[in-house]
Design a protein around this ligand. Structure first.
Ligand code: ADP
Ligand code: ASP
Ligand code: MG
Length: 405
């Protein structure tokens, strides 16, 4: 008999009928002899709707109240889920993040889990009942309700699976697994049967939305067996494992499109020690998440620095960089929020030359201009124009022969 944590995303519990289908799936899992702990997201697009309401009411949006508001979506979903289970004769109890033992820091809207003490969840399972836990929430060290950030239910599920020593963590969503690229962008995208934590982490770091990056970090750190799969077809999905056997190892596993970033360029920067340190310290202190950084070779004692940030950090990044430009005697700050990025990820590239060349040739043959390049041992990313992202993604997916058949 195994203990399985099953997490259902918004679309998977979008209405009463979906909830009953999930309840039936739980019934079948239990009939097989396994214990189930459920983690659910808010129904459908409810989180977006709550955020829209907040925008209607408030400009200041205090963090404590925002988290009280957002977490209401998941709270509603767990109660309804339990009712659906009861109607099928399955004993179940709902738990908020706080009741399930999720202690977090005080960083509202994006709180980090400090500790999981799932005593009540464990007792519920031991009593032969299903625990239904609200995703993406906890209680802070100051006793306030906190939200773990967008997509945080994935993290709840993985952390809970670790805390309970579960045999597997299943993330059910509206696609049948992790794909070779976003199936909405490229119709020949294919489900990857097995992928390594390292590759999936790289994919999520450069824009793959599923599963959320932090959940993959937790799963990798604690070796939680992850299975990403469909709540609609129930077919086997993608297993995320420590290492994919050599026979199955692809040079390139996936192409990842991303249109969530913006670019900041500061020109005429004096080329002397300490300047980059000062600029990026100021950005870090303001919690601006800097991703790619490129500094040009200096010419006549001045250089240019470009970097990318999430679009929602662009206003803060521009203010800080402009202040800094005046302070360090740089010439000008320019921003561009219509950039995109396309990345190829694959554990095999470390030992196979030519991946970068193929990527650049493909972009060039597609008429796509490269603005910035960054690499890791198993990833190459190019910043390109936002309008070119879909075209570039399809061309790269083709060039690396990732499609079906
Ligand atoms: P959930 O709400 O179930 O947590 P999300 O809606 O956040 O799930 O994420 C699932 C979506 O991620 C899919 O519908 C799919 O379009 C998108 N997606 C983008 N890239 C990929 C990829 N490489 N593999 C799988 N899904 C992807
Ligand atoms: N409901 C939240 C969101 O939409 C959390 C989650 O689904 O993981 O981001
Ligand atoms: Mg989601």
């Amino acid at each position: 008999m195994a203990l399985v944590v099953q997490k259902f995303g918004g679309t998977s519990v979008a209405n009463g009928e979906r909830m009953r289908e999930v309840a039936d799936h739980v019934r079948r899992t239990r009939a097989r002899g396994d214990d189930v702990v459920l983690v659910v997201s808010a129904m459908g697009k409810e989180t977006d709707e709550l955020l829209r309401l907040a925008n209607e009411v408030s400009k200041t949006q205090p963090g404590r109240e925002m988290d009280m508001l957002i977490t209401a979506g998941e709270r509603k979903a767990i109660a309804l889920m339990c009712m659906a289970l009861h109607d099928m004769g399955i004993p179940a109890d709902s738990f908020t993040g706080s009741q399930a033992g999720f202690l977090t820091d005080t960083n509202h809207r994006n709180a980090k889990i400090l500790q999981v003490r799932p005593d009540r969840v464990r007792a519920t399972v031991d009593a032969g009942r299903v625990a239904v836990v609200a995703g993406a929430q906890g209680v802070s060290t100051s006793n306030d309700v906190t939200f773990l950030g967008r997509g945080g239910s994935d993290t709840t599920a993985v952390a809970l699976a670790h805390g309970l020593g579960a045999d597997a963590c299943e993330l059910y969503t509206d696609v049948s697994g992790v794909f070779t690229t976003d199936p909405r962008v490229c119709e020949t995208a294919r489900k990857i049967p097995r992928i390594s934590f390292d590759e999936l982490l790289e994919m999520t770091a450069v824009g793959c939305p599923k599963p959320v990056m932090r959940s993959v970090e937790v799963a990798r750190a604690y070796g939680v067996p992850l299975h990403v799969r469909s709540a609609f077809t129930w077919e086997p999905g993608t297993w995320v494992v420590k290492e994919v056997p050599d026979m199955e190892k692809a040079i390139i596993s996936a192409v990842v499109p991303d249109t969530s970033q913006a670019k900041v360029t500061i020109t005429g920067v004096p080329d002397k020690p300490g300047i980059a340190a000062e600029l990026f310290r100021a950005l870090a202190d303001a919690n601006v998440n800097v991703d790619m950084i490129v500094q040009n070779v200096s010419d006549h004692g001045v250089t240019d620095i470009s970097f990318t940030v999430p679009r929602e950090h662009l206003v803060a990044a521009t203010t800080i960089t402009s202040d800094m430009a005046a302070h360090i005697g740089a010439q000008k700050v320019a921003t561009d929020d219509s950039i995109g990025r396309v990345s190829v990820v694959g554990a095999g590239m470390a030992s196979n030359p030519g991946v970068a060349a193929t990527m650049f040739e493909t972009l060039s043959n597609t008429g796509v201009n490269i603005e910035m390049i960054s690499t890791s041992a198993i990833r190459i990313s190019c910043v390109i124009a936002e309008v070119d992202v879909d075209r570039a993604t399809v061309a790269l997916h083709d060039a690396f022969e990732l499609g079906q058949g």
